[in-house]
Design a protein around this ligand. Structure first.
Ligand code: TEU
Ligand code: CA
Length: 560
């Protein structure tokens, strides 16, 4: 009699993010495509996910892998056709999987017809679809997120246009009503194709400050991130969304937990947002130890802020913009690789919110070891490499750059999905557009399906657990031991149901002392990532006041 405690399907759902270019190639050209995704619907169903988010598949010159759109209402031929898209939606739906798409509306490609028109002259009706300086002079020294000035000069117009990202990604002018109407028409058109919602790209940046505003010293992007007045546009956008029964997830960099309810509360603009606090804790250097206290503080703050119906969290540890979580937050050394991948999964998949799994994360795919500069593809990696190569002599510099890129580049998460042991990891019969990680010989889907204790099978267990226990879907959140530097301890509770999660996020074994509110209850072990050690004393079947938690050990207990 598991009566669902929520009427919102997406609160009970698990999402899976697909980076189409690297997921599955169906026709041997080395590029993943829509028909490749169709081939893998069975895999997704078996994993237990309820909806997929596709990174952009629209027409694009691919300066930023599809985030530079030249036609919103066309599929990039390298991914297939509109018919393939329709088929994909139909087949996914037939298998109980919904499909959401990426909505990139802060900017277009510089090859979009609107921008080509805009450059023809000030009288052109599309000129004001973009943002221009009054004169040849750059209005300020704001720095773009991808490096360099936000301004790019157009000689024929003797003016500059504004871009938050690459110069090939001119920002749309949200102050212009016609522009907004064009975007809203496009949104409705896609929703009428039967998709189930959107992940909304870079939405924090659609409003810009007045040109004389100074960037905050600690935050160069402050003049164009969550600027006062943005609500007007978010409200209009959400009114369009509300015409449909869909799910919306905003990519909300810079939004704090305190501000979140305005975005995702009952009258919010989105159903959920991707916050950046926890993920920003370590993008810099992999040698930096994980700040467990900081991670707990960030995640706990978001859990509490949106609990009790205040809003809803989107939970994630990876996406196409960040290196692999097992290498950054976990530990990809052989003895800890699988265990730490499972520890991270336990830690975030049982929080309150809708979990997003990024392709390959469910295998514990680690970062890539790049061995040649031309293996790197990402526009930001290339910019960074160009700047670094300028400095020292080439040979020594190259090695340093490769080492750096192997830990920080967005390309780490964009290597092809590892389906099997074969040469191209079962991703393609042709030459993959991007180097396959050599570790696919041991880390791949085929292998992990066979092994009962694999990371993949552990993910399946966690997903199943979320689905069978109401307390994990909608229960409240409470954490303990906030200052403990190794272990994350939290509880989910709903009326009489209680689940206790204990995860050591470090490579040191840790002693913890649990509070009486926890110890006073009787608990039994529901799940652990050290199943194989159950016979030994490493895993305790019940909760005691003093516990020793092994490196990267995860324990999930249920109150009897
Ligand atoms: O990323 C957006 C992004 O990186 C910023 O929103 C973020 O604000 C910044 O890191 C904080 O300073 C999205 C896509 O996910 C990414 O792949 C694209 O490259 C980018 O937008 C441009 O479309
Ligand atoms: Ca292909």
């Amino acid at each position: 009699m598991t009566e669902k405690r929520t009427d919102k399907w997406w609160q009970d759902a698990v999402a899976y993010q697909i980076y189409p270019k690297s997921f599955k190639d169906s026709n041997g050209d080395g590029i993943g495509d829509l028909n490749g995704i169709r081939e893998k619907i069975g895999y997704l169903k078996d994993l237990g996910v309820d909806f997929v988010w596709l990174n952009p598949v629209y027409q694009s010159p691919n300066v930023d892998n599809g985030y530079d759109i030249s036609d919103y209402q066309a599929i990039n031929p390298e991914f297939g056709t509109m018919d393939d898209m329709t088929q994909l939606i139909e087949e996914a739906h037939a298998n109980g999987i919904k499909v959401i798409m990426d909505l990139v509306i802060n900017h277009t490609s510089d090859q979009h017809p609107w921008f080509l028109e805009a450059c023809k002259g000030e009288d052109n009706p599309y000129h004001d679809y973009y943002i221009w300086s009054d004169t040849a002079e750059k209005p300020n020294d704001w720095q773009s997120i991808f490096g360099g000035s936000v301004w790019e000069y157009v000689p024929s117009l003797k003016k500059n246009y504004f871009h938050v990202f690459a110069k090939e990604q001119p920002d749309l002018n949200w102050e212009n009503k016609q522009m907004r109407e064009s975007i809203f028409r496009m949104i409705r058109w896609w929703l009428d194709q039967g998709i189930d919602g959107f992940r909304i790209d870079a939405i924090s940046h659609i409003k810009k400050s007045s040109w004389e505003t100074k960037a905050r010293p600690d935050w160069p992007h402050s003049p164009f991130t969550n600027v006062k007045g943005i609500s007007k546009y978010l409200k209009e956008l959400s009114a369009v969304f509300k015409e449909y029964d869909i799910v919306t997830v905003g990519e909300a960099s810079g939004v704090t937990a305190e501000e979140a309810t305005e975005r995702v509360g009952n009258d919010g603009y989105f159903n959920m947002i991707f916050e950046f606090e926890h993920i920003s804790l370590w993008q810099r250097d992999k040698n930096e130890a994980v700040d467990v206290v900081g991670l707990k503080r960030a995640l706990g703050r978001w859990q509490r802020a949106l609990d009790y119906g205040e809003g809803w969290n989107a939970l994630y540890m990876e996406n196409h913009d960040v290196p692999r979580s097992v290498s950054v937050f976990g530990n990809d050394a052989p003895q800890y690789w699988a265990r730490s991948a499972k520890a991270l999964a336990t830690m975030y998949l049982l929080l309150q919110g809708t979990p997003f799994i990024y392709q390959g994360q469910e295998l514990g795919m680690p970062n890539m070891t790049f061995t040649a500069i031309d293996q790197l593809d990402d526009v930001t990696a290339k910019n960074q490499i160009k700047a670094l190569l300028g400095e020292k002599d080439q040979a020594t510099k190259t090695l340093e750059i490769l080492e750096l890129m192997s830990s920080v580049s967005r390309d780490n998460s964009r290597t092809p999905m590892q389906w099997d042991w074969s040469d191209n990891a079962g991703f393609s019969t042709g030459k993959p557009w991007m180097a396959v990680n050599p570790n696919h010989k041991t880390i791949n889907v085929a292998q992990q399906i066979k092994e009962s204790s694999s990371v993949l099978n552990y993910y399946k267990q966690l997903i199943k657990l979320r689905k069978t226990k109401d307390v994990l879907a909608v229960g409240h959140y409470e954490d303990y031991l906030p200052t403990d530097e190794h272990v994350f301890v939290y509880e989910r509770f709903l009326e009489h149901e209680r689940v206790l999660v204990i995860v050591n996020l470090t490579k040191e074994s840790a002693e913890i002392t649990l509070p009486q509110t926890v110890v006073g209850k009787s608990w039994s072990l529901l799940l652990t990532n050290m199943e194989e050690d159950k016979e030994t004393s490493a895993v305790t079947e019940t909760v005691t006041e003093k516990m020793t938690i092994a490196p990267y050990q995860a324990l999930v207990y249920v109150h009897n």
